[in-house]
Design a protein around this ligand. Structure first.
Ligand code: MN
Length: 256
C-alpha cells in the first residue's frame, strides 16, 4: 500500500497538485453551432425543482438540461459513423479514464493564425525533444483557446466563411489514429478545426480517431498549467448507457 500512502502524503504536502482542467458549466458555456440543415445540441441549463420554497421547503435542487457534447466533455467512439460499432461512453473501461498526458503547445502559432493545423512534422519535432507519445495516454493540443471560453462568439470565432479555430490536418489525424494513444484533448469546441467541415474527409480527427476506437476531450481549461510531460489525467465522463459522450470532470495530477 506504500504507493497510495506516498501519493496521499505528496497530495497533502503539495508535492502533487490536483489541477482542474474542467470549464465551469452554465448557460453561458459556449456550445457548438452547426449550420442548417443539421440539428443542434441543447446548451447547458438548470431547471429549478425547488429552492427552500413551497415546492420543497427545506431543500434546493434542479434538473439539468444539456447535450452530451456540452462544455468540457468526452467523445466516445460511437459519436462518429466511423466508430459506430465501437464503445459507447458507458462502456469505456474505467482503467482508461486514468492515464498519462502530454501537451503539444502551439498557442503562439494559433494566436497568429486561428486556422492553424497541427501537422505530423510538428508532432515529430515534439517527440524528438520530449520522447514518444504516451502509450495508453492522452495528447493535448494546446492552442490557448481557453482564454476565449467566457465568450461564445470569440470561442466559435465564426464569420461568413464558417468557424475559424485550430485543429489537426487530415494527414496528422490519420497518423495520430495509428499511434498507441488513448485519444486527443483540445481547448476548442471540438477536436477538429473550425474549417474541418471542408476537409477530405470532413472532420478528420473525429473520423480517424473515433474510427480507431480512440477518444476525444474538448473544451479543456487550465492546460497552460500542465507540464509538457509527466502528469496523469483523470477524465471522468458520466456512464450514460448508449451515450455518444458526456460532460466530464477532467483533473490532472501534477508533480510540483
Ligand atoms: Mn464532442
Amino acid at each position: 500500500m506504500a504507493t497510495l500512502a506516498d501519493l496521499l502524503s505528496d497530495l497533502a504536502g503539495g508535492r502533487v497538485e490536483v489541477l482542474d482542467l474542467t470549464a465551469p458549466l452554465s448557460d453561458r458555456t459556449p456550445t457548438i453551432q452547426l449550420p442548417p440543415p443539421f440539428a443542434n445540441t441543447n446548451g447547458f441549463a438548470l431547471e429549478r425543482i425547488s429552492n427552500y420554497d413551497e415546492a420543497g421547503p427545506a431543500w434546493y435542487w434542479n434538473n439539468i438540461v444539456a447535450g452530451e457534447h456540452v462544455g468540457t466533455h468526452f467523445d466516445a467512439p460511437v459519436h462518429w459513423v466511423t466508430g459506430k460499432d465501437g464503445l459507447d461512453v458507458s462502456r469505456v473501461p474505467a482503467g482508461q479514464l486514468v492515464g498519462p498526458v502530454v501537451v503539444i503547445d502551439k498557442s503562439a502559432e494559433c494566436a497568429a493564425n486561428p486556422d492553424y493545423l497541427l501537422e505530423i512534422a510538428d508532432v515529430e519535432a515534439w517527440t524528438r525533444e520530449h520522447g514518444p507519445l504516451p502509450t495508453g495516454g492522452w495528447v493535448i493540443f494546446r492552442t490557448g483557446w481557453d482564454a476565449r471560453a467566457d465568450d461564445q462568439a470569440a470561442f466559435l470565432n465564426a464569420n461568413e466563411t464558417g468557424p475559424h479555430t485550430p485543429g489537426m490536418s487530415v494527414e496528422c489525424a490519420r497518423w495520430m489514429a495509428q499511434q498507441p494513444i488513448l485519444g486527443v484533448g483540445v481547448e476548442t469546441v471540438g477536436t477538429d478545426a473550425g474549417a474541418a467541415h471542408s476537409f477530405d474527409p470532413p472532420f478528420p480527427c473525429h473520423s480517424f480517431l473515433l474510427g480507431a476506437g480512440k477518444y476525444g476531450l474538448t473544451q479543456l481549461a487550465n492546460v497552460a498549467k500542465l507540464p509538457t510531460t509527466g502528469a496523469i489525467l483523470i477524465a471522468a465522463p458520466l456512464p450514460i448507457v448508449g451515450g455518444s459522450g458526456s460532460p466530464a470532470r477532467v483533473l490532472a495530477l501534477v508533480q510540483r
